[in-house]
Design a protein around this ligand. Sequence first.
Ligand code: SAH
Ligand code: DHB
Ligand code: MG
Length: 220
Amino acid sequence: MSDTWNDVDRYISELLVPFDAALDAALLKSAEAGLPAINVAPNQGKMLELLARAVRAKTILEIGTLGGYSTIWLARALPADGRLISLELDLNYAEIARSNIERAAIEATVEVRVGKAVDSLRELVDANAGPFDLVFLDADKASYPEYFTLSLALSRPGTVIIADNVVRDGAVLDAKTKDENLKGIRRFMEIVSREPRVDATAIQTVGSKGYDGFALLYVR
Ligand code: SAH
Ligand code: DHB
Ligand code: MG
């Protein structure tokens, strides 16, 4: 990763991302517990918060909690009667996330559900738990196609879906890849391109988390 990318990310964050003790602590406690540092960067987290505020989200669905860092950013955008459901496979990660969420004083609006996200999503569909105003897709990339389909079932016209990690150092171009995660991302992009119910784009990003990108989808 380029030093410049890192330096510019720091420059942006120092200028525009205010200090937040709970967000800092979430990263520290996650690192102490041995969680991988694959959370969104601070300036990306704030972008998620601003997007959620821009659409006046009252209900948010997150797929892939890790230590709850992006969860806290997204929940900061919610009104007092808002609700965020975050799905996580790993019980230990979920426990760390819950304690980080409590420290951020957002536990009244946030629920972390443990299990395979496809199962949790099917349960949400069966329980008629939608529609969500915003969906953040960030769990295992191999399952992005299924996550997309299930997210659509939990959407309404106007729902915004953001998918992280759709570029992966440019590896997304490799049509012959054997990597299940990359295959998932490529399949996701293809399904999105043919889905008449969404308008979509994707943006490449560089920064402290390397070279990657996110997709932004709008449900028509
Ligand atoms: N959104 C977080 C980062 C998520 S990392 C942030 O930016 O702060 C991806 C997470 O997805 C990991 O915690 C991983 O355990 C989880 N995950 C992987 N496979 C999953 C599955 N099948 N169901 C639910 N979560 C899964
Ligand atoms: C990685 C990064 C992510 O943002 C993510 O959600 C999963 C994995 C990674 O760099 O491996
Ligand atoms: Mg990610």
